[in-house]
Ligand binder design. Structure first.
Ligand SMILES: Nc1ncnc2c1ncn2[C@@H]1O[C@H](COP(=O)(O)OP(=O)(O)OP(=O)(O)O)[C@@H](O)[C@H]1O
Length: 314
């Protein structure tokens, strides 16, 4: 879908992006991560030509992006940013409907789409559609920012720290929502973050940048279990690698069906990290497992967690 071929971008004497080659697959959730100043936002903004690359080629749908009008490109690519970028004097409805209006959708279709998106993002449509951004909380503004990016059903969604300024609870809720949107729509998403846990949770593939260069590209499992360098190992947090690997898998893959155990049950969909926490909190070596309706399914043993890291690379 998007291909970078030896792309560089220099600001003054500073190489913000240095000879980047990268192929972003159709339907993939790609997370760009790295320390501050590593070139994440510059890489993202080059995709919709908010920043023009100096050299190399960037292909979108097989064509160099310079051959598109920037406006056409931006209509085909949703863009959400940390500071949400909402127009302050426009209502929520007008903000969300920006690109559909540019595309000359009929008013009724825009209104229906706004209703659909507000519902999807857990904002009661009639309560919020007529409000102005300053009448919303920060988390609600960010939801509207995400809704606006999704409005015209773009082929690709570009997100620059879209949940950066949120409290942990709202952030977790929106991450879950975004994962659901991705699963349901199969849309290509490129998200910038500096939060390794967010990257591990959401990414099909992580691109870890360091000083404008790729330090490693790989699945969350591979980045955790086979870091390509000391820099990568340090960035993902050496001492917590085991715990993070457990966070990538669910109890469903380890359940001993039909077996019983005593204790407070863990859900099938809980991560193995959550299961570990339950073992420690309850001081037990095995626990019952239940499905989403609370029905008994089987049990999980503490020792079953140990199979996880090896299998993560299978
Ligand atoms: N418009 C600009 N003019 C000059 N330098 C810039 C400009 N935009 C970015 N830079 C520089 O390019 C480098 C990469 O910036 P970029 O915003 O891509 O980093 P980042 O990884 O997204 O960082 P952060 O996590 O802090 O947002 C930085 O050193 C930054 O100072």
């Amino acid at each position: 879908m998007i291909e970078f071929q030896q792309v560089s971008k220099t600001f003054g004497h500073w190489k913000a992006v240095d000879n980047l080659s990268l192929h972003l697959q159709d339907g993939e959730f790609t997370v760009l991560i790295g320390p501050s100043g590593s070139g994440k936002s510059t890489t993202l903004k080059m995709i919709n030509r908010l920043v023009e690359h100096d050299s190399g080629r960037i292909l979108f749908a097989g064509k160099e992006i310079r051959s598109f009008q920037p406006e056409d490109l931006r209509r085909r690519m949703g863009y959400a940013i940390q500071s949400n970028g909402l127009f302050p004097h426009w209502t929520v409805e007008e903000n969300i409907g920006t690109v559909p209006a540019l595309l000359k959708w009929p008013k009724s279709r825009i209104a229906d789409r706004v209703t659909e998106l507000l519902t999807l993002l857990d904002l009661e449509p009639n309560r919020y559609r007529g409000r102005y951004p300053h009448e919303l909380s920060g988390g609600q503004q960010q939801r509207v920012g995400v809704a606006r990016a999704l409005a015209a059903d773009p082929e690709i969604l570009l997100m620059d720290e879209p949940f950066g300024a949120l409290d942990p609870v709202t952030r977790a809720a929106l991450q879950k929502e975004l994962a659901r949107i991705h699963q349901r729509s199969g849309k290509s998403i490129v998200l910038v973050t500096h939060d390794i846990d967010e990257a591990l949770l959401l990414a099909d593939r992580i691109v870890l940048l360091d000083k404008g260069r790729i330090a490693q590209v790989g699945t969350p499992q591979r980045i955790l279990a086979q870091p390509a360098s000391d820099f990568v190992a340090d960035f993902v947090g050496r001492s917590e690698v085991g715990i993070k690997l457990l966070g990538l898998q669910t109890v469903a893959g380890r359940v001993r069906r039909g077996e019983t155990a005593a204790g407070r049950p863990v859900p099938l969909q809980a991560s193995l990290r959550e299961a570990l926490s339950a073992f420690v909190a309850q001081g037990r070596g095995s626990l019952p497992v239940v499905d989403e309706h609370g029905h008994a399914v089987g049990s999980i043993h503490y020792a079953d967690l140990l199979a996880a890291p090896a299998e993560a690379l299978a």
